[in-house]
Design a protein around this ligand. Sequence first.
Ligand code: SF4
Length: 452
Amino acid sequence: MNWRERLKRWTVPVVDHPSRGARAPAGMHHFQRERDGEYVRFHLRVEPDGRSLLIACAAEAVLLSPAGTSAVWTILSGKPAAQLPDETTAAITRLLDEIGTPDSRYPILQIEDPDIGGRRFGLTPIQADLLFDGESSPFALLDRLWTAQIPHARIRPTAVDAHVGAKLVDAVVHAEDVGMIAGLLAPAHALLQSDVLEQLAAAGLDYVAVPCAVSQSMHQTIFAEDQRDVREVMRRVRSLEMTPVLQVPLFGSTAESLDDVLPTWLEQGVGYLEVYALASPPATNQHSGAADQQTSLKAQPTHEQQSTHGEPNDQPLQYQELRQLAAWIEELSGQHESTIAWLPPLLVPSGGSPSELAKAGPRAGGPLSIRIERDGSVVPSAGPYVATGNLLRQPWSDIWRHPAYQAIRQRRREATFCDQCPRLEVCVMGCPADTTFWAAPQPGAANLAGGA
Ligand code: SF4
């Protein structure tokens, strides 16, 4: 199931008459509601215009009209529902009883679609990738994120020794106390050194993502570990009732092998993948925007530089290939009933090595995410690597006004579908072949956490 289905599966409540429920205050709210003997978590982010985003179990989301927001707020906050029309109460109760499943806690990453929510929300980020070295306390950053109405923090440690492991557990406990969705991104071998996974599960961690190249040989080259480490981490994560996620770099000929390995990963219980392409931009006299339709979409991507010996090569994809790659990824996701999230591609500079850049991983999560460096600097998920402010020293509203976000918002408003391409989910967040929506590498990035 792809992200759009996880959003679309639920009808946005349409209440034709004006709401008579309590008015929900703008901001982020966290609720728990008993269901079948378990507590289900809800995040309700109310926008200033009264619409809202409701996230259930950190896994499924629904966009609510102002009237729907008011009704959901009334019921979740335990206020008297007598003033709501009976059919509204019944519809909202049904929604709250059905949305979200306790065994899949992988947050949706891209949710803005005019087909689903009407005019675009212009949503601020919903996720932050938090770089973490175990030295500075992340508590203040987590609190600032919550105040900024960013409910999902994914922690990316530089290492997972005993010291960092203990701090990680503290950070997850704090995130859970605040009410946040908490994830972890770390190399598999680092998570096998101790019982840190067990401690993190007990602290309430929602999911664990580990990097995984498509082929064993490329995995060894990039991440200096055997893929057996990945399988073992995924097994332990599942047994601890967290959600396992693989984060997969796509470049060279290995991209084409994704459909060979995907069934095996699914058999091992991994239903969530994040993929990011490593690609070359067009030459300066070429156009990379949506109107450039030179490459036809095929059932699968074809890569001109495939090794004749079947060995994976280390070449970036070409920008034109990303449309067909994105289309194929969406097809794969549907065929295999898995969730494959498309992260902003990483731009490979001329002469650059994709496998070297993949060591640092993607800049952040999906398009509606940000990266927070260890000193609190905030970097957008796409575009040039630029610090747009410091979350420890500035209010989020100031940071959000930075020209880098204004440029991305403007380009997203213009983003549209084109006649020659199939309608791709990712298009609403920007054409995959448009380098505006790619992430330029961080200068000096040398490891997964991006800290050289
Ligand atoms: S339909 Fe989507 S992938 Fe195709 S050119 Fe337009 S924006 Fe790009």
